[in-house]
Ligand binder design. Sequence first.
Ligand code: BES
Ligand code: ZN
Ligand code: ZN
Length: 476
Amino acid sequence: MITQSIETSIRESKINVIYPIYEDADICPKYIEQLGHDVSPYVDKGYGKLSVINTLGRYAHRTITFVGLGKEEDITSAKLREAFAIAFKQAKGRVAFDSKRAVSEKANIGLSAIAYFAAESYALSQYQFTKIGHEPEVNDNGLEIIALEDVSKEIEKALVYANAVIHARDLGNTPSNLMEPQDLAQYAVHLAEENGLAYKVLSNPELKELGAGALLGVNQGSVNEAKLIVVTYNGDNDTPYTALVGKGLTFDSGGYNLKSTGGKLMKYDMCGGANVLAAMEIIAKRKLKANVMCIVPSTENLISGEAYKADDVLTSLSGKTIEITNTDAEGRLILCDAITYAIQLGAKRVIDVATLTGAVATALAGEYTGVFSNNDAFYEQFMKAAKLQDEKAWRLPTDEAFVKLLKDSKVADLVNSVAGSAGASIGACFLEQFVEDGVEWIHLDIAGTADARHDQPRHPKGATGVMARTLAQLFE
Ligand code: BES
Ligand code: ZN
Ligand code: ZN
């Protein structure tokens, strides 16, 4: 639980205190006076450094943890978010946070922003996935934000954002035997009903009728039917819809181009879908003035006597035919039908989010999400939102040269993969072939950022929920 106490000095705090401090700031003299000795020499104010001081009975709280913020002239919102999470992660039980100490005039970061970052970082830093078959761990953790102004609105907003991200992480971390396409669809239905959103879920018979041959092609090797999940939010009268399209591949074995890893970590191949659903949750809970549809094509990519094979030709929903040159390039196949469907439903802007290529992870590691766009203004707008949410993203090119390679088929309009370099751009160019004229498009390749290899202050190892906050921010 995160609460606020107004105008309470940390000196009165009965619970342990977290005290952020810039390198050039002095510890409050009144605080030192009552402590009875100058603790300054024991406090490391370097960025991200924690110094725990025992109050030895001089205060009602037993410890005070200083968290160094480094030089004030070097501070950024991203560094504040991270430093607070470092402090909160080690906190045991309920703690009080002295927000005014982190305010920076130099960086133009006021008290309400500090409270917002603290609440968000607290919620994200405490996340843990509950082991299958176990009850969630009950703890008495919690945060009390000490602030002189009313920051309850900031806390409330931060929690809407963080809780949605946590839901996305739970979906991503759930093993694929417990997160099949029908489970993802069931979650989306539940989310829609809870938030009063319109929804529909198409299964194989409807998809056949519709002609979604690319999604169905990938689905052939699985005993579980494919799902095309659609959730719609109508928060504005007559503005055109933006579609958030997320890859919902609940397990990617590679198909007959079998992954040499046995598909390890490929339960995360539905994180694009999970993260766009989280963005929808934020948009709906905050009642933002926008029209947004969320489309998640979902299936497993498996092997069986019925699975799709190299050299097969699929007919996509758009009518374009696709020669399969690699069954492991399945994400673009399920996404191309979803993009066409979004445009058929009237979307004028499309953002797709997908763990699409290993190549993007090689280029940008887990640090940056790869961004591709057919429209500079839309791209700039997206980057502004990403900056506000401190989610790192970097633009990579699409190019006619790559499109030419994709069109080099003797039997179909397109091939689904091209061996060699520029894998991330080629994946993007494939998708762009399905974006009709006049539709603005962004493709986010989150193959590197959807799941973390190591514990971090703001997320443990596993699903991160990346881009959910940025996508919602676009509509604020
Ligand atoms: N889901 C994978 C991409 C991926 C790789 C995500 C590593 C996370 C970590 C995707 O379906 C895939 O297999 N892509 C292929 C494309 C290739 C065959 C053109 C890849 O990146 O190797
Ligand atoms: Zn694949
Ligand atoms: Zn995949």
